[in-house]
Every structure is written in C-alpha cells, then in structure tokens.
Design a protein around this ligand. Sequence first.
Ligand code: UT7
Length: 323
Amino acid sequence: MSLYIKSVGHYTPPRRLSNKDLESMVDTNDEWITSRTGIRERAIADKGVGTADMAYHASVQALEEAGMDAKEMDGIVCATCTPDMTMPGASSHLQRKLGGAEVAAFDVNAACSGFIYGLDVVDGMLASGRYENILLACADKFTSTINYNDRGTCILFGDGAGSLVLSSKPGGPKLSALYTGGNGQLTNLLHRPGGGSLLPFDECEDKDELYVQMIGNQVFKHAVRGMGLSATETLKRAGWDKSEVDWLIPHQANRRLIDAAMDRLGLAPERVVVNIEKYGNMSAASIPVALNEAKGQFKPGDKILCVAFGSGFTWGGAAIEWA
Ligand code: UT7
C-alpha cells in the first residue's frame, strides 16, 4: 500500500427531508422508517445543484485542511454513480470549479462502494510513481434518481460529498489493506435501467424506468453477506484480528445492516461510526462523511475498518491506521 490520507472534508446540503415530511408524500410512517432503517431525516440537494457542486465544497475543505492548492493535485478522481451529466464525468466539472493544473480527471462508478473502489484506483495510481497527490471526491446526488412515489426507495436516500487529499508521501493516516469484490449476476436487484445506452431516455416506455428500482429485502440479504465478507477479507489482508479493530465505519444503508456488521466483529456500539439517522444513504459519500465527522475521536495508531456494499453488486473494505 502506498497511500496516505493528508486530509478529509465533507459537505451535506442544508435542506432536510424528515420522516414526517415523507408521511405526507407516500404511504409510510415515522415508526416504520425508524425501526426498519434507523433513518430520521436526510440532506437533500436543491434543484440546480449537481454532484460536482457538493464535491467542490467537500474538496475545498479537504484542500484547506491539507494546506494544499488544487494546482498541487496530480489527478482528480470522483467516485459517483450520479454524475452531473452522462458526459463528461463529475470529475471534469469538479476540475472546472476548482481550477488547478491540466491533470487527469475521471469518474469511478461503483455505486455505494465508490469510496473503497476509489481508494483502490488511487492506491494503484500512487504506487505507479507517476502521481504524488490525488484528490478523491466521493459524491452522489442520489435523490436525483429517486421516484418520490415509491416508498420502497424514497425513504432511504440522501445527498452529500466527502473528499480526501491522498498522497504517496509518507505522513498521516495510512491505508494498511484493501479488498474489493463484486457479482454482476444480480444487477437487476438494484439498478436504474433507463437513461443509459441500452435504454436511452427517449426509448423508455415507462417513466419508472428512469428511477432507481430495488428489491430491498433481497438486496438486504446480499448486503449482509457482502459487508461480512469485506470485513473478513480486509482484516486478513491487514493482518489484524477482529479484536484489534478500534473503529468500524460501515456504509450507511440501513441501521440493521450496520448492526449485523458490528455483531459479526463483536464490537461495542460506541466503536461503530453511525450517522444514518441524519443523512440516510448517501451512496459513495456515506463512509467519507462519517469518517470526517468522527475523526476527532480517533487516536494515533487506531485501527479503522471501513466496509461497503452497493449496486452491481460491488463490495469491499479498507483498513486504515490512524496517525
Ligand atoms: O446501499 C445500497 C444497498 N442498499 C441496501 O442495502 C438496502 C437494503 N434493503 C433495506 O434496507 C430494506 O430491505 C428496506 C428498508 C428497503 C425494506 O425493509 P424490509 O424490512 O426488508 O421490508 P420488506 O421490503 O420486506 O417489506 C416488508 C413490508 C411490506 O409489506 P407487506 O408485503 O408485508 O404487507 C412492504 O410493502 O413493509 C412494507 N413497506 C413499507 N411500509 C411502510 C416497504 N416500504 C415501506 C415503507 N413504509 N416505506
């Protein structure tokens, strides 16, 4: 591993959508949503705000914290499945907003596993020796894909961004191990079929095809397995026993999924970073936002395990040693 975390920044939009608000939109109620998901409210980006706008705010914060200028970045990688446009990537829009040098900018789409896959890609870039500093922005305006008449999905998602300045130069928290996995046989359990090349938007017969569709209870079962596998494999690669984990930062998709991952590791609840109640599922942004909100509690040498699962299916884990 050649990757050091120089800084983290995050942004969530100020507007909130509460469970009470949703009660007036679909046939649901606060008690059901809270008990089945752990979510109480979500941050929602306004019309006219794109993924790159949120990534910009998070990135400015990360650059400031690192004491670096956008000009010093040798590359910009954006982990997202909701780019501002299908072309060019959100990374190019972010580059336009940030300014900086004429360096590589591209997106990684691994849905809710975007942070882990993004780390994997950036680690490889840094290991090549051709890049020293890279900005990884994990951002999704997931609500732009949601049908607010579908109670199975509209209660779950929110918008946000988390950015990291990553470097091959030693110093700061270090990536100790990384694991990624995937299974493309089950794409239909969680997908957004319309608007791509297979089913362009003007060929959609049903408007629902333009929204995210999910068979929630089936995804749930695969997510329990995927997050568990990610924890086991990442720990194995890091050479850590599960009893050594100081902090677990799981993807925030459902409180019950987080609890399943916590129980598997035998961790006390105070060792698990949870912010799902105020943001819902922010897709690729969820782990970096949680990391940034919790980092004040971390001590040098703390062992942090991040695990994610998302559409694809994609999954994976990262072991980080704090400094
Ligand atoms: O980040 C990417 C990965 N995504 C995930 O990991 C999401 C994983 N899935 C989930 O989080 C859960 O499956 C959901 C929260 C989406 C659903 O919870 P569930 O406990 O799996 O419920 P279910 O889908 O099995 O539905 C149980 C009942 C059904 O009614 P009947 O058939 O038993 O009468 C649903 O129609 O709950 C009903 N239901 C609702 N009721 C009130 C489904 N959504 C709602 C709702 N409000 N919003």
